[in-house]
Design a protein around this ligand. Structure first.
Ligand code: ZN
Ligand code: ZN
Length: 421
């Protein structure tokens, strides 16, 4: 009897210990780093698409989506030879050999997505996710959205108003995926480009957008706002309060991207790849696995800080975050959230009407720092009064590349937690 019981107890104990260590051990979380917004010769980027992919692969990314304007890399488009910079030709030939040209030698034939995949993809190491930027200026506003996982290119739909143009984008993208088992990803892009075009209240009401580009780290996207426009990080909290309280909907997830157009050795180095990215938590590196994880919000956003663990326990009501230490840097973690008791029905935010320009200031109680911890790891225990909590790992170390009007120091942002019923 004894002989039998001991191993069973030990086994249970072992299982218990291993399940604890599984939850606490950051090594068990697999993260894939990717850029989900960038352009190539198929639209207005300044390099061949295979070289766009190579640039990111060389930087240590595991996936990218080349989101050219209103097209997928679905056709062998032509690029006049005399309009291609010499350095683009040299670097592409060095990496991939001859570039196909038309018979008369006047045009380069651009490679399509399946051809580019053959050149750069490596199982478990590097992946291309199909994607496009659907964009058009309508009613004096720039209406731009990134659609990943789509099966065919989409023309930007015409709206009855600028707001309606976004609603139409939601409609056409959902329609395309109807009946398909495949996951997809729709993001509202750079709301502040070029002239604070898209107000936070629009994003809050456009519930078909589960993601928005909080940090488009390219020029002119003004993510840190100005004296009369709150930063897009502040807007994020306001959007979440409106979504959750007024629309009884989940919060929105926030991304960072490069929106890269420049890849050549002679370009301003601060416009090259590697400014803002997301890291997706998934066991495998495949388009379906990544897009499914992103749909759940299983990713964090960064311009330089690497997280090894983001763990929310619904049972314990704790959010635990661990970042990789950075040599010589001071790091600290802020848990940012909004408390239910601070949001009354007369909160001006909840009374915003579409079409109005938004209030430019939100109550300090929206998106306040609920707890601050020095160092690279911390846990927050929810009291039950939080609408949501998100963690921001900040540092005093400047980002590798410098872009005006974006956060200057290396930082990572988790998505909001504690809101799922
Ligand atoms: Zn755009
Ligand atoms: Zn773009």
């Amino acid at each position: 009897m004894k002989i039998v019981r001991i191993p069973v107890v030990s086994l249970l104990l072992l299982l218990l210990i291993s399940s604890f260590s599984h939850a606490a051990d950051p090594a068990t979380q697999k993260w894939w780093r990717g850029n989900i917004h960038g352009h190539s010769f198929h639209s207005d980027g300044n390099h061949f698409p295979e070289m766009v992919a190579k640039n990111y692969k060389d930087l240590g990314y595991q996936f990218i989506s080349i989101t050219d304007h209103n097209c997928l890399q679905d056709k062998p488009r032509h690029r006049p030879v005399n309009k291609v910079p010499a350095s683009a030709v040299t670097t592409c030939k060095e990496a991939f050999g001859d570039i196909p040209t038309t018979e008369d030698g006047k045009n380069y034939i651009l490679r399509t997505l399946p051809e580019i995949k053959k050149l750069v993809e490596e199982p478990g190491k590097f992946l291309l996710v199909s994607g496009q930027e659907i964009n058009k200026k309508q009613y004096d506003k720039q209406i731009h959205a990134n659609f990943l996982g789509g099966i065919a290119p989409l023309e930007p739909p015409k709206g009855d108003s600028a707001y309606n143009a976004f609603e139409k984008i939601i409609e056409v993208t959902q329609k395309q995926m109807e009946g398909s088992e495949k996951p997809s990803f729709l993001m509202l892009n750079h709301p502040y480009w070029p002239k604070y075009d898209i107000p936070a209240e629009w994003i809050a009401s456009l519930l078909g957008f589960k993601h928005f580009e909080m940090l488009n780290i390219s020029r002119g996207c003004k993510s840190t706002g100005d004296a009369t426009h709150p930063s897009l990080e502040r807007c994020w909290d306001a959007i979440n309060v409106i979504r959750m309280v007024k629309h009884k909907a989940p919060p929105i997830f926030a991304t960072a991207t490069d929106d890269c157009h420049r890849y050549l050795p002679e370009d301003d180095k601060n416009r090259l790849p590697g400014r803002g990215w997301i890291c997706v938590k998934s066991d495998t590196l495949s388009q379906d696995a990544l897009l499914t994880a992103m749909d759940r919000g299983d990713y964090y956003t960064s311009n330089g800080v690497e997280l090894t663990c983001v763990a929310y326990s619904p049972k314990e009501k704790t959010l635990r975050v661990v970042a990789k230490p950075m040599e010589g840097a001071k790091m600290w973690i802020e848990f940012v959230g909004t408390l239910k008791k601070d949001i009354k029905e007369d909160e001006p935010l909840l009374k915003w009407n579409l079409g109005d320009r938004p209030a430019t200031k939100f109550s300090e109680k929206i998106g306040q720092v609920l707890k601050k911890v020095d160092g690279n790891e911390a846990t927050y225990k929810l009291t039950g009064d939080e609408l949501y909590v998100r963690a921001v790992v900040r540092s005093d170390q400047p980002t590798r590349l410098k872009v005006p009007d974006t956060p200057p120091n290396k930082t990572a942002w988790t998505q909001p937690f504690g809101w799922r019923k």
